[in-house]
Design a protein. Structure first.
Length: 191
């Protein structure tokens, strides 16, 4: 029964128009993606639902109540922040979505536990994500990044900068001397 209702919901979504806010084309800040606001003006053509104007949201555009808020797979979406959150999940009726704020190590623990319990993760592929996180952690452990010993000390960096500045000053002084000689040569020619 739920599968039929999900099919109906998908068909309804295909037919449903985009509810664009009134006068979005006149005001750049409204944009097409901002939330719908009901037109309140007394002369509003959309409010009066005149033929040829944009549609307004109405109860007829709702999805069936039994599948409202469900994932496309028919599972109820439950957000999880830690491994403890997996204990209350009903495998057949609920699927988890790992929260955005969860870090890599904690996410790895949650994914392994979910795979062990047979809970479906709705926002990512379990095996692929576990492999990526483990590779990332191993690369950090093996030390592919710059080591602390290899980094230059701040004093050494300052010394290099001083050397470069001295070389640049010398080149500036040489340029000035060359300009002086050129001026002297020109002045001596005139006399």
């Amino acid at each position: 029964m739920i599968e039929n209702l999900l099919k109906i919901r998908n068909e309804m979504k295909d037919r449903k128009p985009h509810f664009i806010r009134q006068d979005h084309q006149r005001r750049k800040k409204l944009g097409r993606k901002l939330k719908w606001r009901k037109p309140k003006g007394i002369h509003s053509k959309i409010r009066h639902q005149l033929k040829g104007r944009r549609k307004m949201p109405s109860p007829g555009h709702k999805s069936p109540s039994k599948v409202r808020g469900l994932h496309a797979s028919g599972l109820k979406i439950t957000r999880v922040h830690s491994v403890n959150g997996l204990g209350t999940i009903n495998k057949g009726a609920e699927g988890i979505v790992i929260a955005k704020q969860v870090g890599a190590k904690k996410k790895l623990d949650i994914l392994k536990k979910a795979k062990e319990l047979g809970i479906s993760v709705l926002n990512l592929n379990i095996d692929e994500r576990i492999r990526k996180i483990e590779d990332f952690i191993n690369s950090k452990k093996s030390g592919k990044g710059p080591k602390k010993d290899d980094k230059q000390k701040p004093e050494a960096k300052k010394e290099e900068i001083r050397q470069k500045e001295k070389e640049q000053k010398l080149t500036d002084e040489e340029k000035k001397e060359a300009e002086k000689k050129e001026k002297d040569r020109l002045l001596t020619k005139k006399e």
